[in-house]
Design a protein around this ligand. Structure first.
Ligand code: HPA
Ligand code: ZN
Length: 326
């Protein structure tokens, strides 16, 4: 099996994926039209041309604007079902999906509407082709602790359908410590925890996510490499990093994919995984990320297989299911 054949043939899990970031321009136009919502673009080409980012914030501004056309349960179903079909094409057999309730509840869309549509799509994919999914509710870190607590309260009635809580949005200036109490409360209710840290923020943010939020995985974490003691800890504890190479390229975390540290991290024994983050905005789904890495670093079939195995190792799966895929 060549490395490129391995990319398409090997089953894998995706662990860092924002459902709002899978909103392809074609579907955005369709939903905007049926909901009678004006968007500031004339064509799909114009939307794609607007996807030129110079940092995380310039992306987030467009990402939140796009999500504003999502109003009804069917919209969340259509969005999620389209993503799950991409998973099927890419041989992603398990996906742990982030959603940002505050992006929608702030516009008067009920939590129930958001999770209802997402869950119905996940149930359909499970019935149709055995796709496995889990949901992670993210708190928007540019908003207050109080608003995160209100979001946690809204999530509690759906506790059995949500495996964990996460932390996303504008990282710098919004450290994990701001959410230590709400994460402690979430853990009391049995939620697992993850957090974006070390994407644009310093390694201190990764330390805080580990020590104050007690995360099971770090989302991104690429800047952890700047702190050797932290690296030693991440390797010793086999703390997973859910890395998103094409995202890091588009948001200028790296200037060039050849400068990306994923291959180096893998060679050092870090439990790294490959993920797409916001594939509709960053130019590709999971297999596109694998392919870009393979072409840049000449990854071997064994390295591709290791990355796929890592994805199950780091997933919130029971041991029996994990064994089945590893
Ligand atoms: N970083 C932070 N917040 C996000 C991202 C990201 O890469 N994608 C969607 N929300
Ligand atoms: Zn992300």
């Amino acid at each position: 099996m060549t490395p490129i054949q391995a990319v398409s043939r090997l089953p894998k899990a995706e662990l860092h994926l924002h459902i709002e970031g899978t909103f392809e321009p074609e579907l955005m136009f369709q939903i905007a039209q049926r909901n009678h919502i004006a968007i500031p673009y004339q064509s799909v080409e114009e939307v794609r041309a607007a996807y030129q980012f110079h940092n995380l914030q310039s992306f987030l501004d467009i990402y939140y604007a796009g999500a504003a056309v999502l109003r009804h349960e069917q919209d969340f179903f259509d969005l999620t079902y389209a993503y799950l079909q991409k998973c099927r094409e890419d041989n992603v057999v398990h996906s742990e999906i982030f959603f940002d309730p505050q992006t929608h509840t702030a516009r008067g869309v009920a939590f129930d509407t958001v999770i209802g549509g997402i869950r119905r799509a996940c149930d359909t994919a499970r019935q149709e082709w055995g796709m496995s999914t889990a949901l992670i509710t993210c708190f928007l870190r540019h908003l207050s602790e109080e608003e995160a607590f209100a979001t946690l309260a809204q999530a509690l009635p759906f506790r059995e359908h949500i495996i964990g809580v996460g932390l996303d949005s504008s990282e710098v200036g919004n450290p994990p410590s701001k959410f230590a109490r709400v994460f402690a409360e979430a853990r009391k209710h049995g939620f697992l925890t993850v957090a974006h840290a070390g994407e644009e923020g310093s390694p201190d943010y990764v330390h805080e996510a580990l020590d104050l939020l007690h995360v099971s995985r770090i989302d991104h974490g690429v800047r952890a490499e700047e702190d050797e003691a932290l690296m030693q800890r991440i390797i010793a504890e086999q703390m997973p990093l859910t890395v998103c190479p094409l995202s890091n390229l588009k948001l200028k975390v790296v200037d060039d994919l050849a400068q990306h540290n994923l291959h180096r991290l893998l060679q050092r024994g870090v439990l790294v995984t490959v993920n797409s983050d916001d594939p509709a905005y960053f130019g590709g789904y999971v297999n596109d990320n694998f392919t870009a890495l393979q072409q840049t670093f000449a990854l071997s079939t064994a390295e591709i297989a290791q990355l796929c195995k890592n994805s199950f190792q780091a997933a919130f799966l029971d041991n029996e299911t994990r064994q089945k895929w590893c």
